[in-house]
Design a protein around this ligand. Structure first.
Ligand code: PGA
Length: 258
């Protein structure tokens, strides 16, 4: 019922040539194997167009890593959602912890972006997750609740159709430390329960919740086998086809086994 979704968040990495080569390798594999999995690559802004050309017709989606909520205008250095669409994006990652940590994004600013992205008919990967100190002081659920309530404020039930949640514990991002499958499942189940309370349980069941934070070929299968883990948002391991493709294959295997 929930088709897994594996997205590669390239962050501020690759060159144009390396990005195009990576995208082609992903596209070739997806074209050949047709996994029962949604796959997206999210390159840096300057490479959206050449990467989009490299994956055209393969079934791989194109995503951006951020956007500004306002209509085009005098906002130096920002990128409008309509521009992302114009470059062929179907998805945008919003509220990533690096945006929150280094660029001052708040639940309120992320909410503006989510509302605008959904209004522009883009799919949204909305990131939430706690810091290590918050987990250690037993505040994980409180933090997730605050981020969900803030980020999704004012959203209609219909908008859930274009929304994917990414649970990314900040202590697991880029650190090589992964949440255990049990820790991931517990947080994902909590997020789904929260969605059921805020919207309704039938709708909550349809929402895909990705796990992110040091997902690698050797831990993907165990994480993706958890009932509430419906895909992965992959950083470091999405930069090499020989690491990203096995993660897609693991998701495909689990999906095929039903
Ligand atoms: P990582 O990054 O896989 O390198 O930990 C995940 C993310 O930040 O989306």
């Amino acid at each position: 019922m929930r088709r897994p979704f594996v997205a590669g968040n390239w962050k501020m990495n690759t060159t144009r040539a390396a990005g195009v080569a990576l995208a082609k390798a992903v596209a070739d594999d997806v074209r050949a194997n047709k996994p029962p999995v949604d796959v997206a690559v999210c390159p840096p802004f300057p490479y959206l167009i050449p990467v989009g050309e490299a994956i055209a017709g393969s079934g791989v989606w194109l995503g951006a890593q951020n956007a500004y909520h306002a209509a085009p205008g005098a906002f130096t250095g920002e990128t409008a959602l309509t521009m992302l669409q114009d470059c062929g994006c179907q998805w945008v990652i919003l509220g990533h912890s690096e945006r929150r940590q280094f660029f001052g994004e708040t639940d309120a600013s992320v909410n503006q972006k989510i509302q605008a992205a959904l209004a522009a008919k883009l799919g949204v990967i909305f990131c939430v997750g706690e810091l290590l100190a918050e987990r250690q002081s037993n505040q994980t659920e409180k933090i997730l609740e605050t981020q969900m309530a803030g980020g999704l404020a004012g959203l209609s039930p219909e908008s859930l159709a274009k929304l994917v949640i990414a649970y990314e514990p900040v202590w697991a991002i880029g650190t090589g430390v992964t949440a255990t499958p049990d820790q991931a499942e517990e947080a994902h189940a909590f997020l789904r329960q929260w969605l059921a309370g805020r919207f309704d349980s039938g709708l909550a069941e349809t929402v895909r919740i990705q796990y992110g934070g040091s997902v690698k070929p050797d831990n993907a299968k165990e994480l993706l086998s958890q009932p509430n883990v419906n895909g992965a948002l992959v950083g470091g391991a999405s930069l090499k086809a020989d690491q990203f493709l096995p993660i897609i294959h693991a998701a495909a295997e689990i999906a095929a086994a039903g």
